[in-house]
Design a binder for this molecule. Sequence first.
Ligand SMILES: NC(=O)c1ccc[n+]([C@@H]2O[C@H](COP(=O)([O-])OP(=O)(O)OC[C@H]3O[C@@H](n4cnc5c(N)ncnc54)[C@H](OP(=O)(O)O)[C@@H]3O)[C@@H](O)[C@H]2O)c1
Length: 312
Amino acid sequence: MKRILVTGASGLLGLNFCYFFHGKYDVFGVVNTTNLSGLPFKTIRCNLLSHSAADLLDEVKPDVILHCAAMANIDQCEKNPNDAKEINAVYPGLLAAQAARRKIKFIHISTDAVFDGENCGDKGYREDDPPNPISRYAETKLQGEQFVLDSNPNALVARVNFYGWSTGGKRSLVEFFYNNLSAGNSVNGFSDVYFSTMYVHFLADILDEMIGLDAHGIYHVFSADYQSKYAFGVSVAEKFGFDPNFVRAVSWKDGGLTAKRSPNLIMNTEKLRNILGHELPTQKESLEYFYQDYQTGLREKIQGFVKQAKEE
Ligand SMILES: NC(=O)c1ccc[n+]([C@@H]2O[C@H](COP(=O)([O-])OP(=O)(O)OC[C@H]3O[C@@H](n4cnc5c(N)ncnc54)[C@H](OP(=O)(O)O)[C@@H]3O)[C@@H](O)[C@H]2O)c1
């Protein structure tokens, strides 16, 4: 069984990846400040910025690295631009270089936010369209992509946008809608912000396929279609049996957000479809997969990894 090192294993994406990959891979997850227990995979606790990347790889000896750790909170990056640059840009380049030296497959998670969202058209942004980051977060993530590919041309840079259940229950947009609607609260959904988001379980399945194909370079890993965040909220309400009228359509300009967001992030996935040789899931299929995992208790499972830690 191949060994995979997943950084950011306490975060929304990394924890879900570790959970879906265990059994298929020998999973080692890197956690930093978050306390988790009862996990079905191995963990290493370290602050990546104060631990040598070479030592980490010598300790774990992975076949594959899935680098999810980041400062992913947009407003936090605005407040701490130097820290954001260290973890989002400089460190990924260092880890990718160490991976190249050891011939370890390196997958770097990036974001659709590298684009400004002003001119993608109906066909969406392609991998070779010029990025134009409009926040510190996006700027540092774009630098991270460049540093990774400069030091490791065989690396895979996956630009993504995703949702799923998180340990704290608040990290993901789907949880925002689920939490409020299940409590009977009305919520705002941006009707002028479009995205091609994907459920993390599909994302894990597709990245696994890409590892098998030894894909490298930049890829857009997104749903086959796009919708507004308002439409997404309505679809969540309908799927879970909540009243869709509780989702109000508003403009992002009235949302009171601190850092600027890219409004129109429709992503072109032709390059990915060509290498995979099949179609990508639609947003409807993503939500169905998410709902099926919910019905089998995934939400409680993910949140239980934290609850168990508190009970100890
Ligand atoms: N969330 C989104 O909507 C979104 C969209 C597109 C792309 N992305 C990208 O997807 C990736 C994962 O995002 P996410 O939302 O899952 O993030 P998240 O929930 O905020 O988790 C961040 C993870 O990074 C770890 N981390 C941060 N600094 C670290 C350090 N110095 N040393 C070790 N670990 C450190 C955290 O560990 P502790 O919590 O244990 O400290 C945590 O596990 C990021 O690359 C992000 O840019 C996210």
